[in-house]
Design a protein around this ligand. Sequence first.
Ligand code: C2E
Ligand code: CA
Ligand code: CA
Length: 599
Amino acid sequence: MGRDTSDFVSASIGGDPHHAILESPPQLSPSATVADALALIRSRLDCSLDSRTPEESTVLTASIIPLDSGCVLVTENHRLLGIITERDLVRLSLQEGHLETILLSQVMTAPVLGLQRSEFTNIFVALNLMKRQKIRHLPILEPDGFPSGLATISSLRRQLGHGFFLRFRLVHEIMTLQVVTVSPHDSLAVAVQRLCNRLIGSVVVVDPASPSDSPVALGILAEGDVLQLRTLGLDFSLVTVGDVMSTPHLLLHPEDTLGRAHELMSRLHVKHLMVTNSDGSLAGIVSEGDLVSMLDPIDLYGITEILQQQVQTLREARDHLLSHRRLDLEMAFQKSEFRLVYQPQLQLSDSSIRSSEALLRRHSPKHGTIPPAEFIPLAEQTDFICDLGKWALEQACRQTAEWNQQSKRDLSTAVNVSSIQLQRSDFVSQTLDALERTGLEGRLLKLELTESALVENITIAADIFLELQSHGIQIAIDDFGTGYASLAYLQHFSFDILKLDASFISGFDRKPKNQAIVKNVIELAQTLHFQVVAEGVESTAELELLRQLGCHVVQGYLISRPLEVVDWSGFWQHPHAADQGNGRAVSSTASGGIHMASP
Ligand code: C2E
Ligand code: CA
Ligand code: CA
C-alpha cells in the first residue's frame, strides 16, 4: 500500500512523472566508436520506423523520424561515464570517413548530470534541472548509479501535453522569429555547417525567388534528419537540401494554439515546426524546447491554481488511502476481528453493579490487539463506523438481554455512538430495531455521545434524543469537560447522564483546582437532575471523595477493567474472583445488581 500511495501522490501536476522516463536508453562502452553510435541509432531507427502507423508514413516525406532518445549513454561496469548527443554526432558527421576511428571516450561529454529515480517526483523537478543546466537529456539513475532510464525534453513534453492546458496559449507567443534559412539548391554540407556553426537544431528551407522580407517556406531540415542521412552513408556535398528536406503537409500558423503544436510534434515525430502565415510566407519556428520551457507551472497557473491542484492531488491520495483503510476494516469485520468487552459501573448508593459500558476491541492476527483510539477515528473517516456502530449496538443489546435472562437481573448497557452515526437519518429506527430484535427493553439501553458530537449536530440531536427517550432509552454525555460546551449550554438538550471525563478524576483528590471543578459540576448536575458518572476512577481516595461529593456512579480500573464476556459469566457466579480491579470484594444482591463491599 505504501508504494501505491506514494505513486499516487507523485502523480501531481504534470501527470505521473514515471511516464516521462524512457526505459533502457541506448548505451555503449567508452571504447565504442562514433560509427558504432551511428549504427546503434540506425538500428533503433529501423525499430521505430517499423512501429509507425501507415498515416505517419505518408505524412513524413523524407521517411525521417528522429531517434526517440536523441543520445547514447556511455557506460562501463554499470556506471554512467558520459553522454553523446544527436547534436554532437551531427557535428562529428562532418568529419568524413574517420568515424570508425573516433572513440566515444574522446568525444563524449563527461561527467554527466543524472537524477535519482526516487528524486524524480514531479515533471517540473526534471524540467527545472534541465533548464538550469541547459541540457536536453537527463539520465535517471538507480540507487547503485546505473542509468536505467532517460528523461528528455521530448519525453517531458509528451507527458506535459496531457497534464497542461496548452490550448490556452498561442504559437506566436513563443515562436522564434530569427530563423536561419537555406536554399533548396544549397548542398547538404552547407546546411549542416550552418546548423553546427549556429548551434541550432534546424534550418528552414526558403524559396530563393521569394522576397527576402517575406520568404516563402518550402521545407525544414533538422539535426535529427541529418544524422539519419549520415547513417545512410550519403555524401553531404553531393546531396542538395531540396532532395532531403521535410515538406510537411500539416502546417502551423501563428494563431494556432500550443496544443496543436504539441499534437503535430507528437504526430510527426519532429522536434521543430516551421510557422507560416496564411500566404505561405515564413513567420517563425517553434522548437520542442520552446514549447517545454514556456511550460513554467507558475507562469501557466499562478500559485493559487498550483496549490489548488496540489490540494486536489492530496485529496485524491487521501481518498485513495481511505478506501484502502475502509477495505481493511471491512475485511477485519468479515473475519470477526471485532468484539465487545464490558466495563462494570458501580452505583455508589448501594455499591451495586447494575450497568456496564460496551467497548470495542479489535484483534488482528497480524498486528495483535489494536486499541479503539486507533481504529475508531479511521472508521469515522471512512464512514465504516456506521456499520461497526450498528453491529456494536445490536451485539451489546443481545449480550445484555442474554445475561438478564440467564441471571434474572436488570443489567443495563451503555453503548458509544459516534457523531457520524447520529447524522444518519435512520439512526433512531436502527436503534429501535436492535432493541426489538434482541428483546432488550429500552430503559436498559444508554447511548453515550460526546459533547462535541452534540455541538456538531445541534439541530438534529435535540429531536433525536426526545424520540429515543420516548422509548425509555437514556442519553449520556460522554467525556464531559473535554469539549467546548458548558453545562449551562448543554441543559438545552434533554439528556439523562453526565459522564465526567477521566482527566478531571485522575488524582483529583490531590488537585484542589480539579476538585473544585468536579464539585461544581456534580452540584449543577444534581440541580438539573442528571445522573453523574465519574470515569477513570483508579484509587480509593478518588472513589471516597466522589462519594462525598454526591457522585452517583463510578467506572474505572479500581472497580474493574473492561471484561471479556467469558469473564462476566464467572462474574455472575463468583463476583469475587472476577473482580480484576484491585481485588476488592463484590457480591450479588437480592435486588438484581451485584454488590461490592465498601472500601
Ligand atoms: P470512552 O467512551 O471514554 O471509554 C472509556 C475508556 O476509558 C475506555 O478505553 C476504557 O478502557 C478506559 N478506562 C476505563 N477505566 C479506566 C481507568 O480507570 N483508567 C484509565 N486510564 N482508562 C480507563 P477504550 O476501551 O480504549 O476506548 C477508548 C475510546 O474508544 C472510548 O472512550 C470511546 O470513545 C471509543 N470507543 C470504544 N468503543 C466504541 C464503540 O463501540 N463505538 C464508538 N463510537 N466509540 C467507541
Ligand atoms: Ca464512553
Ligand atoms: Ca468517556
